[in-house]
Design a protein around this ligand. Structure first.
Ligand code: NAD
Length: 312
């Protein structure tokens, strides 16, 4: 049994990670300031003897004894991370410094939840880990993109300078139960609009593509990465390479939910990438991992979750 710290553990991905780590027999400390996460996401774990929930903001130092740190704390959706952009950069950068400092003191292995946003609006397609990205440093998304890029820099500098045992995963769009209903992300948006019988909003002409990874696949990859050999730092892409246009996704959601929603088109927001698709060759080679959940199965689970949430 390892003592595992999950920052951002009450969020969408973090709560699924806590579930998994407890199932694997670990002692889990979930740290969250509940900015976008909620106690509801981990309420079912509160009576577990090996689960502990701590309210804490990672921009402040933390002193705990742990063997492993999964650093997920950071709002992930544009509406949330643009709400207080200075705090978003602080969470990524000061949060990384604080968690790396903790890992250094207690000699813990530490994994950073980075993002495909480090590639910005890419000129190469699909994106491989050795592509450096095309990121606007002064735009509305920069607090997130540049914050995450700086966090990666810090991870690799701590690794080179202090010999620390680091792991970096670059997460591509992930969806599943416990996503926020109002976070403006495309999967939750479409599902909630369809369930409420509202029009489904498509930005641009709907021809821009995204690839979507189901949360269970993502968590499997993160756990494999954490337990991979000490020589392998990443960064490693984790995502589902199967691409869908926004129009295809909207039609799929509509077909699965049923109802009478119409598709409506709105202007594309600034800096919105046209296309994003992971090259997961490295994850396949080094982690023996690839996604197993198809979009229809994943959407069904997610729709069932939102249906329960909206009916509650
Ligand atoms: N979901 C995705 O598709 C996706 C894609 C790429 C990267 N990621 C990364 O994965 C991580 C988790 O994303 P998510 O989708 O679960 O988002 P989320 O917003 O549901 O979870 C983030 C969690 O971090 C917490 N948090 C935010 N600021 C904090 C702070 N200063 N101190 C402590 N806790 C704080 C929030 O309250 C929340 O519980 C994030 O780092 C995100 O950047 C997610």
């Amino acid at each position: 049994m390892s003592r595992v710290l999950v920052t951002g553990g009450a969020g969408f991905l973090g709560s699924h990670l806590c579930d998994r780590l407890l199932r694997d027999g670990h002692d889990v400390l979930c740290v969250d300031n509940f900015f976008t996460g909620s106690k509801r996401n981990v309420a079912h774990l509160l009576d577990e003897p090996y689960f502990e929930l701590m309210r804490h903001d990672v921009t402040f130092p933390l002193y705990v004894e742990v063997d492993r740190i999964f650093n997920l704390a950071c709002p992930a959706s544009p509406v949330h991370y643009q709400h207080d952009p200075v705090q978003t950069t602080k969470t990524s950068v000061h949060g990384a410094i604080n968690m790396l400092g903790l890992a250094k003191r207690v000699k813990a292995r530490i994994l950073q939840a980075s993002t495909s946003e480090v590639y910005g609006d890419p000129e190469v397609h699909p994106q491989r880990e050795d592509y450096w990205g095309r990121v606007n440093p002064i735009g509305f998304r920069s607090c997130y993109d540049e914050g995450k890029r700086c966090a990666e820099t810090l991870f690799f500098d701590y690794h080179r300078q202090h010999g620390m045992d680091i792991k970096v995963v670059r997460i591509f769009n992930t969806y599943g139960p416990r996503m926020h209903p109002d976070d403006g992300r495309v999967v939750s948006n479409f599902i909630v609009q369809a369930l409420k019988g509202e029009d489904i909003t498509i930005y641009g002409d709907g021809s821009q593509t995204r690839s979507f990874c189901y949360v269970d696949d993502l968590i499997e990859a993160m756990v494999r990465m954490m337990e991979s050999g000490p020589g392998f730092t990443g960064p490693v892409n984790i995502g589902n390479p199967v691409e869908h246009t926004m129009l295809q996704l909207a039609e799929k959601v509509l077909a699965l939910v049923g109802g009478r929603s119409k598709l409506v088109f709105r202007p594309l927001p600034a800096d919105d990438p046209r296309q994003r698709q992971p090259d997961i060759t490295l994850a396949k080679d080094r982690l023996g991992w690839q996604p197993t959940v198809g979009i229809d199965d994943g959407l069904r689970e997610t729709i069932a979750y939102f249906r329960r949430l909206l009916e509650a």
